[in-house]
Structure formats: structure tokens, C-alpha cells
Design a protein around this ligand. Structure first.
Ligand code: GSH
Length: 211
């Protein structure tokens, strides 16, 4: 059986858990804190990041978007990447923006973990601009009703739902809902889906001093 190296708060790992659930694939969940000393993550990914999909023969697949692409190639039904090329690109675009918002938030979050005198306000402002810009971009493109792209659930819904629900948990003071009501409606609808409901993010304590 495939194994997934995952962390309970990780929006990147949640994307994969949702895709596996939507495709009805069995897997063993291996929960790690990738930041801690002694984590098994580097043994499976030279970039020391999770999620990592570990195949039966020991090969590993990492980077959440590549794992979703790999799953689609190996287990095409139900499709999570649209067949139509334009819709496929539109779905990937949502994923790129959503992942970019996650990346910016992680950089912002770790900056806040430094002692106050060592924090760089210009750096935090820069990351916050990316978060605001990415969220506004998703809000601009998400339709008021239905799915992000076309008339089917895709990687776009997975990516948009996971990043916004991650911000709700890790950054509750970020009040994006009043500014983007259509995005909030879309995300709340996604949150009720069984694959989302079964994978709610849970914060982990990081024991190591990362910064
Ligand atoms: N681009 C990667 C990002 C993965 C990522 O940053 N994962 C975090 C956990 S949420 C991690 O393992 N970080 C450890 C590190 O960067 O050293 C993906 O899409 O999978």
C-alpha cells in the first residue's frame, strides 16, 4: 500500500490527502513534524519537505502539485485535472496562486517566530502583499456558484480550499471573508465535502528552533 508522509497542519499534505480520498485510493498516513530534528522527512525527500508519497517499491514522489499530477497519470478516474486544455490550465493557475499564498504565509509565519528585534518589517510586508494579492486573485476568478473551473471538482478546488482553510487555522486574525464573500461561499461549500471534513488541519508544536 502507498504511504503518505504528512503533517497535520500542512496545506500541501492536505491537498494530497484530499486527492487520494477523492480517487478512493487506500494509503497509510505517516504523520511527521518536518521541522523537528530527527524527522524522517530528509530520508524520503532531498528537499526535506513533505508531503512525500512513498510507493510500494520504495520510490518517492514529492512536491504536492507533482504528486497530484502523478496520481492523475496513474489513477485517472475520477479526473481531478480537467480534460479540456484551457480548463486544465485555468485549474493549474488556481493551484499555482494558492500554493504561492501558502509559501508566502510560511515565510511570514517564521519571521514572526524570530525575537521582535530581529524581525524584518519590509520582509513581512512583502510576504503580506503576496498573500493579499493571491487571495484577491483567487477571489476574482472563483465563480459565485459551483466549482472553481468548469462543472467538476478539480485540483483548483483542492488548492483554493486548502489554502484558505489553512489561513483560518494558522492566521485567524486575517479577516479575508468580509472582503471576499464569493470566495468565502465557495470555500465553505468545499469545507463540507467529506474529503475536506476528514482532513481538517490541526496545529503541531514545533520543538526545534528553526529560525
Ligand atoms: N512546494 C512544496 C512545499 C511543501 C512544504 O513547504 N512543506 C512543509 C510542511 S507544510 C515542510 O515540509 N517544510 C519543511 C522545510 O521546508 O524544511 C509542496 O507543494 O509540496
Amino acid at each position: 500500500m502507498m504511504k503518505l508522509l504528512s503533517a497535520t497542519p500542512s496545506p500541501y499534505a492536505r491537498k494530497v490527502r484530499i486527492a487520494l480520498a477523492e480517487k478512493g485510493l487506500d494509503f497509510e498516513l505517516m504523520t511527521e513534524v518536518p521541522w523537528n530534528e530527527g524527522t524522517a522527512t530528509p530520508a524520503y525527500n532531498p528537499l526535506e519537505k513533505l508531503p512525500v508519497l512513498i510507493l510500494d517499491d520504495g520510490q518517492t514522489v514529492f512536491e504536492s502539485d507533482f504528486i497530484l499530477e502523478w496520481l492523475e497519470a496513474k489513477y485517472p478516474t475520477p479526473a481531478l485535472h480537467p480534460a479540456d486544455p484551457d480548463q486544465r490550465l485555468a485549474a493549474r493557475r488556481f493551484e499555482v496562486v494558492a500554493d504561492g499564498v501558502c509559501d508566502a504565509f510560511v515565510l511570514y509565519f517564521f519571521e514572526t517566530m524570530r525575537e521582535a528585534s530581529k524581525q524584518s518589517q519590509p520582509w513581512m510586508d512583502r510576504q503580506m502583499r503576496k498573500i493579499d494579492g493571491g487571495v484577491a486573485d483567487m477571489a476574482l476568478h472563483v465563480p459565485a456558484n459551483g466549482f472553481c473551473v468548469g462543472d467538476q471538482f478539480t485540483i483548483a478546488d483542492i488548492a483554493v480550499g486548502t489554502v484558505m482553510l489553512y489561513l483560518d487555522v494558522r492566521f485567524p486574525s486575517y479577516l479575508w471573508r468580509p472582503a471576499h464573500p464569493a470566495l468565502a461561499t465557495a470555500v465553505d461549500r468545499l469545507a463540507a465535502r467529506p474529503s475536506f471534513a476528514a482532513t481538517k488541519p490541526v496545529p503541531q508544536a514545533i520543538a526545534a528552533s528553526v529560525i
